[in-house]
Design a protein around this ligand. Structure first.
Ligand SMILES: Cc1cc2nc3c(=O)[nH]c(=O)nc-3n(C[C@H](O)[C@H](O)[C@H](O)COP(=O)(O)O)c2cc1C
Length: 322
């Protein structure tokens, strides 16, 4: 399956570190890229637009210095996530900044990617769209994206309720371009499983949240380490669309998760308007089941690479006849 030229021979593991609101800041992005993983962040983490310009300048400088210091270990490309939702007033000014910096990789979410495709293809950049259903994937393909990111059930942040097994194979019936799979992927075994299913790259969020370089506060990281799947609440009551939250982060405000108020209207965008929700109520995916530590990004990526190599060397099942 075609991998865009941007990613060919450029990664230490076939993984994109997914963008996380209030979690993915430049230190996490550059640590991921230096470890050979695509580092990304949501544009709204930088506020206002002038700070986005500063962040992009700093990321580019940091990666260029790393590249000059170790020419044989060129950092992976970085990317930005743009919220295309009509309620996002930052979309147009921030897209201008993205174009001015010629950001190599752009991920769109929550809206029609067509204007981003046009702008980013104008300077040779690569655009993927984050989708949670086959219907959404079809629309994105028509808009001319270079790749699809499908996020299956159990993911951190806004997630589909559709199983990854079902979602990937459904999209593969009509899309033979680059496909990325996210949702509860933490280790090299799961990365390999995503490839076996038909994905080209894995999309990893919650696992990278619990690293030293992430911007999540220490209590949040500890809660991710201590939580099991039973400690998650899947609800649309806070941001308007279903998302997984850590129950303890809700209950510490005296909120009873069994009697949450009605859903808010059209608050799907991860913008300033609901930043408060995401700052106080902490999201994580079902990957919490196997997250037991808070390593550095470099240590974690080395571990995933070892597991991935072991998974690639697996023999066929002993159950096969003959
Ligand atoms: C705390 C948190 C914040 C997130 N914020 C965003 C965001 O701003 N934009 C976005 O497209 N996805 C966001 N996501 C979803 C991730 O990009 C990705 O789809 C998801 O983390 C993958 O599943 P995993 O967390 O189980 O690995 C967020 C996820 C988490 C856990």
């Amino acid at each position: 399956m075609p991998l865009p030229a941007l990613f060919q021979g450029a990664l230490s593991i076939p993984v994109i570190g997914s963008p996380m609101f209030l979690v993915s800041f430049p230190p996490l992005v550059t640590a991921l890229c230096k470890a050979g993983v695509v580092g990304t962040f949501p544009h709204v983490n930088a506020r206002p637009t002038a700070q986005l310009d500063e962040w992009l300048t700093a990321i580019e400088r940091d990666l260029a210095e790393a590249s000059a210091a170790a020419p044989l270990a060129t950092p992976a490309p970085y990317g930005i996530n743009l919220v295309v939702h009509h309620s996002n007033p930052r979309f147009e000014p921030d897209l201008e900044v993205v174009v001015a910096h010629r950001v190599p990789f752009v991920i769109t979410c929550l809206g029609n990617p067509a204007p981003v495709v046009q702008a980013v293809h104008g300077y040779g950049g690569t655009v993927f769209c984050d989708v949670t259903s086959a219907g959404h994937a079809r629309k994105s393909v028509r808009a001319g994206v270079d790749g699809l990111i499908c996020v299956g059930a159990g993911a951190g942040g806004h997630a589909s309720s559709q199983s990854a097994f079902s979602l990937v194979r459904e999209i593969r019936e009509f899309w033979d371009g680059c496909l990325v799979l996210g949702g509860a992927i933490n280790d090299g075994w799961q990365v390999r499983a995503a490839e076996t299913l038909g994905a080209d790259l894995a999309y990893v969020g919650t696992r990278f949240l619990a690293t030293r370089e992430s911007q999540a506060v220490d209590d949040y990281k500890r809660m991710v380490v201590e939580a099991g799947v039973a400690d998650l609440v899947n609800t649309d009551r806070f941001s308007g669309v279903p998302a997984n939250f850590l129950r303890a982060s809700i209950e510490r405000f005296g909120i009873d998760v069994a009697s949450l108020p009605p859903k808010k209207p059209d608050m799907a965008s991860l913008t300033d308007s609901n930043a408060r929700v995401w700052k106080d109520l902490w999201s994580a995916g079902q990957g919490v089941a196997t997250i037991h530590d808070i390593p550095s990004v470099a240590e974690l990526v080395e571990r995933i690479a070892r597991e991935y190599r072991a998974a690639c060397a697996l023999p066929p099942s002993a159950a096969l006849r003959g």
